[in-house]
Design a binder for this molecule. Structure first.
Ligand code: AMP
Ligand code: MG
Length: 491
């Protein structure tokens, strides 16, 4: 029997922040994927539970013992417009588990049916997008980027109606928590300051325990959340990751990436890259992400004002504003730490920032493949600049930059081979490129063939390690495939 020791601190501490809802039992659950490595990290063992039972337990046909499903309330700014009541319209928190190190994680369903927050939605999810969430989450995790992850994906045996009928699925998501900027906005917007304060205290206890003794805990919470987001977005940018829907309900307080919808990794560098079909104005384009994050955090700040200064919230504005205005510098710090590491430099010195900025300007001007350009720097360090140069139609400016970088690299301790090895550990070779993801999802969703997906998972789980025979996973798509690539919400 599968044993999961559930706790329910969110429900217990914040009873007004969620509603008990039972999942809709699916007609014919079938296990598509069980994330054994993640289960092991969480200390969840299947024992003699067979796939059919796992499928039932992780789709809502039955529930793991101790699960108490609730829909969580939240609000959110979606593409700049505020909705005071969004909430889990197709998700349910089953409860929390503690891993062997005592770290607390949410286990939650996505696609398990309607809730009081469903509005006009059907509460369902399709196989393709749930498998996408699995692959991207595992890739992000392997890249060292904080993320929610998929524990299981179960096909429901039901066809759900989107632009056309699609096979349905339920994803079981593991997250440090599902507390979002929008969760704070919900209680602020509804004038429930008691729950708002309980939520802030809960968030501090769960994610920022070091702030518990602060004299200004809510300002400190804002500051700490900004710091984590700055670190997160810096990592996104270095990975070429585009979230696609950076609404405030899709930004966590834990600092994890959440809600993989029309997200994608960029091939050729272009800060205007947008993949989402619904983002017509490019609000969430690659290059805008470091600007959208503080915009979202300003919404968090607004929600927290009444806790910072209950008698006169407006008096808290200057201090909160200062924190938000500090985001840019904080982001820049995090970005530079990563950039210097990726350039093979062990500690930042004067001039390194310029070196990094000039390098990125080169990528942008040439629309060079983002992942390969960084990766091939290691070869260039060892004296073989050809793979790098091949990514540039005109290498004149690159050839002016390379000697500057080589001179700087020569100041580093150790051999060039040491530097190259460090760089290969910081610059991935294998990312889940869109054309590979689409190919794998199509095989799974239209032809019931999971082999390409399993293969892709295996590749992106070791993104830094070159393996022979995997060239097609390392290369950008043929130009006709990259042109006009769009991910449809298709949710
Ligand atoms: P998302 O765009 O996935 O971040 O979701 C935004 C909001 O729409 C959340 O409140 C979701 O719960 C809700 N939502 C998305 N898809 C559905 C669906 N198929 N049925 C009900 N609610 C949904
Ligand atoms: Mg969402």
């Amino acid at each position: 029997m599968i044993r999961i020791q559930f706790d329910h601190s969110y429900q217990r501490d914040l009873p007004d922040a969620c509603i008990a809802v039972a999942p809709e039992p699916p007609p014919a659950p079938a296990l598509l994927y069980w994330n054994a490595p993640l289960a092991e990290e969480l200390g969840i063992t299947l024992g003699d539970t067979d796939d059919a039972m796992v499928a039932r337990l992780f789709s809502g046909a039955e529930l793991p013992e101790g699960a108490e499903p609730v829909a969580q309330a939240y609000a959110g700014h979606q593409f700049g417009g505020f909705s005071p009541t969004l909430g889990d319209g197709r998700a349910l928190l089953l409860g929390e588990v503690l891993d062997p190190q005592g770290r607390r994680y949410d286990l939650a369903f996505k696609g398990s049916g309607r809730t009081p927050f469903s509005r006009r939605g059907d509460g369902k999810a399709a196989v393709g997008p749930m498998l996408r969430e699995l692959v991207i989450g595992e890739a992000m995790h392997a890249l060292g980027i904080p993320t929610t992850r998929a524990l299981a994906v179960v096909a429901t045996g039901e066809r759900i109606l989107r632009e056309r009928a699609l096979p349905g699925a339920v994803l079981t998501r593991v997250a440090a928590s599902h507390i979002r900027v929008g969760t704070f906005q919900f209680f602020a917007a509804h004038g429930d300051h008691e729950t708002l304060q309980a939520l802030a205290d809960y968030t501090i206890a769960r994610h920022y325990p070091e702030l518990a003794g602060s004299k200004t805990p809510y300002l400190a919470l804002l500051e700490a959340a900004c710091e984590r987001q700055a670190a997160l977005i810096a990592r996104w940018m270095h990975a070429g990751f585009i979230h696609g829907v950076m609404n405030t309900d899709n930004m966590t307080l834990s600092g994890e990436t959440i809600d993989y919808g029309p997200c994608a990794f960029m091939d050729a560098y272009d800060s205007a890259t947008v993949f989402s079909s619904i983002d017509r104005e490019g609000r969430y384009a690659y290059g805008n992400q470091p600007l959208i994050a503080p915009w979202n955090l300003a919404r968090l700040a607004e929600a927290l004002l009444v806790l910072m200064a209950p008698d006169d919230p407006a008096s808290a504005v200057p201090a909160a504003t200062e924190v938000i205005q500090g985001f840019a510098a904080c982001y820049r710090r995090h970005w530079l730490v990563q950039a210097t590491r990726k350039l093979g430099l062990t500690a930042e010195r004067e001039g390194d920032a310029g070196l990094a900025d000039d390098w990125v300007a080169l990528l942008a001007a040439a629309h060079a493949d983002h992942t390969l350009a960084w990766r091939h720097l290691a070869d260039a360090a060892e004296g073989d600049a050809a793979p790098l140069t091949a990514l540039f139609a005109d290498a004149a400016q690159l050839n002016a930059w390379l000697p500057r970088w080589r001179a700087r690299l020569a100041e580093e301790p150790g051999s060039v081979q040491d530097s190259a090895a460090r760089m290969r550990a910081a610059n991935p070779l294998y990312i889940p490129r869109n054309h590979l993801v689409e190919e794998a999802l199509l095989a799974a969703s239209a032809h019931d063939d999971l082999a390409p997906l399993l293969r892709l998972l295996e590749v992106v789980r070791a993104p830094y390690t070159f393996r022979p025979g995997l060239d097609r996973y390392a290369l950008p798509p043929a130009p006709e495939l990259a042109e006009g690539y769009r991910t449809f919400c298709g949710t």
